[in-house]
Design a protein around this ligand. Structure first.
Ligand SMILES: Cc1cc2nc3c(=O)[nH]c(=O)nc-3n(C[C@H](O)[C@H](O)[C@H](O)COP(=O)(O)O)c2cc1C
Length: 170
């Protein structure tokens, strides 16, 4: 099964968590495509992205949570690449049966993302709009991989998260 990570981080050089996760995955031989680096001008090569996706069995979308959602290039990428007639609609079945893992980091602690917590909404609920893509595309979403509380994550916790990430993806 070919797994490819589609990494959406606007500034991977200043990233701590996503950089550590992506670099651990890369060291383990998993391909990481850093979309903000590939498309600094946001001119997404839709055909190229669709060709890459054709050969992938498991798509990992890796991103830091921004405003309870994804960084903006990820939304743009989804809007453009998952096109009518390719990903859905007439004969649009290119993604049918492919697996997806949403791998995200959150600055806030996990307790904040509970009904009684600070944000009164769960991570599961916040990910629903992304997971709803399954209805038109036939994508199959697996359990998300979430690293919470990045602001207070110790080095050993980060190391463990990177280790768990690689184990999950291998
Ligand atoms: C524009 C922006 C919006 C953010 N919004 C959220 C948010 O909605 N929820 C949250 O828990 N953290 C939020 N954060 C914190 C990031 O998720 C956190 O810094 C990131 O996951 C850490 O990963 P990194 O070290 O790879 O950058 C936000 C950060 C930025 C810069």
């Amino acid at each position: 099964m070919k797994t490819t990570i589609f990494l959406f981080h606007p500034d991977i050089k200043t990233s701590r968590v996503n950089r550590a996760l992506a670099s651990a995955a890369e060291k383990a031989g998993i391909e990481v495509r850093n979309l903000y680096t590939l498309y600094p001008d946001w001119k997404i090569d839709v055909t190229q992205e669709q060709n890459v996706l054709k050969d992938v069995d498991r798509i990992v979308f890796q991103f830091p949570m921004y405003w309870y959602s994804t960084p903006s290039l990820m939304k743009e990428w989804l809007d453009q690449v998952l096109a009518y007639g390719w990903a859905y609609g007439s004969n649009g079945n290119a993604l049918q049966g492919k697996k997806v893992i949403l791998a995200l980091s959150q600055g806030a602690a996990a307790e904040a993302y509970t009904k009684d917590g600070r944000y009164e909404v769960t991570t599961e609920e916040l990910l629903k709009p992304l997971e709803a893509m399954k209805y038109l595309t036939g994508l199959e979403f697996e359990e998300p991989f979430v690293v919470s509380g990045t602001m207070n994550l110790t080095e050993s916790e980060l190391k463990k998260a990177a280790h768990d990430y690689v184990s999950r993806l291998q």
